[in-house]
Write a protein of this length. Structure first.
Lengths: 163, 108, 429
């Protein structure tokens, strides 16, 4: 596994889309080199996020199951889980899933790293959301291809003021 | 700060090749750096920023966590148990502190 | 009557005492004695029994009827001692006979089903009704079955709350006695507000006392809906020194909050998965006793808003709500609170009947908790009216100190017993 692969099957990649994918590819490379010290901040993060956050990604992948409520009163502890439907073998697996909140003061929520030993690309946690917004997932497969999905959630109370 | 409490739910036994479910929780305020204390002074950021799960020396799952993970971070994930062994669970805190615990799983 | 303010209405009623008689005509022979004012008290617990007695003590001309279906009363305070093997159920059971004989209270052992603020009547289960000039409602609590998935009234046999009444406490006691050494006891307290906030932790302590003597390999897991609990530092330190690692506590966000119950399989479910218990003491969320809710005295919270000067309902005139069911500002829902509120309310009711201004007051509450038979701790607070809301008086009261000699804990245990003896004497003696 070396180099950067972009999913060639994607039809007509727009300019912004291309920027995104190359960023993600660089990310993948970086991630492999440094499994532990990796952070997103070291690459063209702002640009990547911007692309993601201005709703320019064309469609949600049906393989990503973003599980969070449609509406919660309190954004400080929102139940969240994600599963990417995919084989998990040495040659074909989900390598990582980035989760973002487009309007949080710090949009990055978490990155889950999977391995063929994971058995399935599933993770569950609880997240803070400052207001109603899209929660976005970006999954990167071992061949470098990218899948994305988003889900809108209504929040009544700001979750970043948690006591 | 009080020493974080670690909670882990992992099976004690599994079949060979079984995908088991692991649930973990560390009691931690996950201070975002945005909140002020009673005197109006910003509480510096201190979060659990990484969680790593190693089984018999192999990383099976890892998470980078940011400010948007709720206090008392709960992480649930799965992995395939191929042989009996030890599951090491490691939490990294801002500033370099590490909290860890382990569980044994026996394959039958 | 809608256009007459409440105060004007009292005035009319007072000036024209005969109006009362006229209004009541045709409802029964007692009305010929209309000059005698009649106060009905619904519920014979810490609030109601005290209110009935003090109404008669403060105004012997008043006719007082206490409506309480049970023939005897089992006190929730100190009932954890039954679970700890320190007291029998009989020692905590009181009769209404003295209230009847010594204080001339008319005690009616039937359930009240509805209060009508307009006709000023209380409907009773037996079809009869009582007419009142004012009514004090002390209905206590009912358990809520709408907060935890799959938790139903019939489940309380298998997973008893033991939060009110003799039978529920007895069921929990029997389960503790029959569980194996090495078993797991789950205690699951709800979020505030609920009856007696420190009591789940006293319960954990006294159950641990019993288990450490009879089933020392057992464990107690407290799965709490809350993030912290009253007197937490004192309880935590006491548990460690008395019971080692027998008691473990998890706050709501650390997997303590119960989402689902399965009485048949003896499990509860939290965000952190399923916990199995040999004994499960699920203490559910609560709301005002049914009579209050059925009569329109509760708001969307399930509790009853009152004018905290008089404890008169802000929803319906002429009806006072006291004790656990009332929203009493900063006061916690305890037997002692109810007892003190009853006295304030008795005085206010008498003042209002005589069309006098009810007087302001301050009021206190003490919660004692036992961690072991000779180990007591307490928290005391005083409250006063700010406008018409009860607020805690800054700097009042206090909590038992940490890190003191066991003799201090012993003397607080003795004080606690004295408190119990005197408050039950105050209610029933």
């Amino acid at each position: 596994m070396n180099g950067v692969k972009i999913n060639k099957k994607e039809p007509s990649i727009s300019m912004s889309r291309r920027t995104l994918l190359s960023s993600m590819g660089a990310l993948a490379l970086f991630g492999m080199d440094s499994f532990f010290s990796y952070t997103w901040a070291s690459i063209e993060l702002d640009q990547t996020l911007e692309e993601l956050l201005v709703n320019k990604i064309s469609e949600d992948s049906p393989s990503i199951i973003l599980n969070l409520p449609n509406l919660v009163y309190d954004g400080s502890r929102v139940p969240f889980s994600i599963e990417v439907k995919s084989p998990m073998t040495e040659t074909n697996y989900v390598r990582q899933v980035h989760v973002l909140a487009e309007h949080n003061p710090f949009p990055r929520i978490a990155t889950f790293h999977f391995t063929p030993l994971s058995g399935k690309a599933f993770a569950r946690t609880r997240i803070r959301l400052s207001k109603s917004q899209h929660v976005i997932a970006v999954a990167e497969l071992n061949d470098g291809s990218i899948l994305t999905a988003r889900k809108w959630i209504e929040i009544t109370l700001n979750g970043c003021k948690e006591d | 700060m009080v020493k974080p409490k670690l909670r882990v739910k992992a099976p004690k036994e599994a079949h060979r090749g079984e995908i088991v479910e692991i649930m973990t929780l560390i009691s931690h305020p996950m201070d975002t750096g945005l909140r002020k204390d009673q005197d109006g002074i910003l509480i510096p950021r201190k979060i659990i920023n990484k969680f790593i799960c190693i089984y018999n020396g192999d990383i099976v799952f890892k998470t980078n966590m940011h400010e948007a993970i709720s206090s008392n971070p709960l992480i649930q994930f799965n992995f395939i148990v191929k042989e009996s062994g030890t599951l090491d669970l490691i939490w990294h805190e801002d500033g370099g502190k590490i909290y860890s615990t382990s569980r044994n799983i026996s394959v039958h | 009557m809608k256009n007459i303010t409440r105060r004007k209405f009292y005035k009319i009623m007072g000036t024209f005492g005969a109006v009362t008689a006229l209004e009541n005509l045709g409802r029964g022979p007692t009305l010929l004695l209309a000059a005698v004012r009649h106060v009905v008290v619904i519920g014979g617990g810490f609030g109601g029994a005290t209110a009935a007695k003090y109404l008669r003590l403060m105004d012997p001309n008043l006719k007082v009827t206490l409506v309480e279906p049970r023939r005897s009363y089992f006190t929730s305070p100190f009932s954890n001692q039954v679970l700890g093997g320190m007291k029998t159920m009989e020692e905590l059971t009181y009769s209404y006979k003295i209230l009847q004989r010594k204080y001339g209270i008319n005690v009616v052992h039937v359930a009240a089903t509805r209060i009508n603020a307009v006709s000023k009547t209380v409907l009773l289960q037996d079809g009869k009704s009582l007419t009142f000039d004012r009514v004090i409602v002390a209905p206590g609590i009912d358990m809520r079955f709408d907060q935890i998935e799959n938790y139903k009234p019939e489940d309380t046999d298998l997973i008893p709350h033991a939060w009110k009444g003799r039978p529920a406490t007895l069921r929990l006691l029997q389960q503790l006695e029959s569980m194996p050494n090495g078993g797991m006891v789950l205690i699951c307290p709800p979020a505030l507000p609920y009856r007696c906030p420190p009591a789940p932790y006293e319960r954990a302590s006294l159950v641990a006392h019993y288990l450490s003597q009879h089933k020392p390999r057992s464990k107690i897991l407290i799965l709490d809906a809350k993030e912290q609990f009253p007197k937490q530092a004192l309880f935590s330190a006491g548990w460690k020194s008395l019971y080692g690692r027998m008691i473990e506590w998890f706050n709501g966000s650390a997997g303590g909050l119960i989402l689902r119950a399965d009485a048949k399989n003896m499990t509860v479910e939290t965000e952190f998965g399923i916990e199995k218990g040999d004994v499960i003491n699920l203490i559910p969320a609560q709301w005002a006793g049914r009579i209050a809710r059925d009569s329109g005295l509760s708001d969307e919270s399930g509790w009853c808003p009152v004018d905290q000067l008089t404890f008169e309902s802000t929803l319906l005139p002429g009806i006072h709500v006291i004790g656990d069911a009332a929203i009493a500002g900063a006061m916690p829902k305890t037997g002692f609170s109810a007892n003190n509120q009853a006295k304030v309310t008795a005085a206010a009711v008498i003042a209002l009947l005589k069309e006098k201004e009810p007087t302001s007051y301050s009021i206190s509450n003490t919660c004692y908790s036992f961690l072991a038979p000779d180990y007591g701790i307490q928290v005391t607070s005083e409250y006063q009216l700010s406008g018409r809301k009860l607020v805690k008086i800054k700097g009042s009261g206090g909590v038992s100190p940490l890190n003191v000699d066991l003799s201090v804990r012993y003397s607080e245990a003795v004080s606690a017993q004295r408190w119990y003896d005197s408050i039950t004497q105050d209610m029933f003696g």
